[in-house]
Design a protein around this ligand. Structure first.
Ligand SMILES: [Zn+2]
Length: 183
């Protein structure tokens, strides 16, 4: 399994890989609304396997939630976005952190990252938790989430974001037993 290296988790307490919740916690502009038939263009099948919604998070800002029950180990879906090289990713992360405090970016290798700022995939809102119910995997350049256990409809979906550019400067508020306290 590849090592996860979120370029920049949300600037707040979430460590979302990119996470984060949105700066505004509001819906994306209409222009970003998913257009049926275009969202998965060029892909053999819809990578979103289970219904996921976004809404106010108990952890931080906006979060991702299971729209239906999800069995353990199943692929839930992907966080898609624009591929950018690492220099561009870092520049965008700095700008976004300054502007909104919310960053939706995950490093997929030493050289590239996925910027989901303009994505409509609700999994981009997945918050960090020290006791997550999902695992984030980078597979062939794609950012996918899998269920670590059975997840009930309505549960907030979380993943552990390992190393972040915050280097432990942020307080984690995931509330999980055994929370490491820092991001
Ligand atoms: Zn925590």
């Amino acid at each position: 399994m590849p090592t996860l290296r979120p370029v920049t988790p949300a600037a707040t307490t979430t460590a979302a890989p990119a996470a984060g919740a949105s700066a505004s916690a509001s819906a994306p502009p209409a222009s970003l609304t998913r257009q049926p038939g275009t969202a998965s263009r060029g892909q053999p099948a819809d990578p979103q396997k289970f219904k996921v919604t976004d809404g106010p998070s108990a952890i931080d800002g906006q979060g991702a939630f299971a729209g239906e029950a999800i069995p353990a180990r199943r692929k839930i879906g992907e966080m898609r976005g624009e591929f950018v090289d690492m220099a561009e990713a870092r520049a965008r992360a700095r700008a976004a952190e300054k502007a909104s405090g919310r960053i939706f970016m995950v490093a997929i290798s030493d050289k590239r990252a996925v910027d989901a700022t303009h994505s409509t995939d609700p999994l981009r809102f997945a918050n960090h938790s020290c006791q997550p119910n999902m695992v984030l995997k980078v597979q062939q350049g794609r950012v996918a989430f899998y269920a670590l256990r059975d997840i009930a409809e309505g549960e907030e979906l979380t993943a552990r974001y390992g190393e972040t550019h915050h280097a432990g400067r942020l307080t984690c508020r995931c509330g999980a037993p055994g929370c490491q306290g820092r991001l």
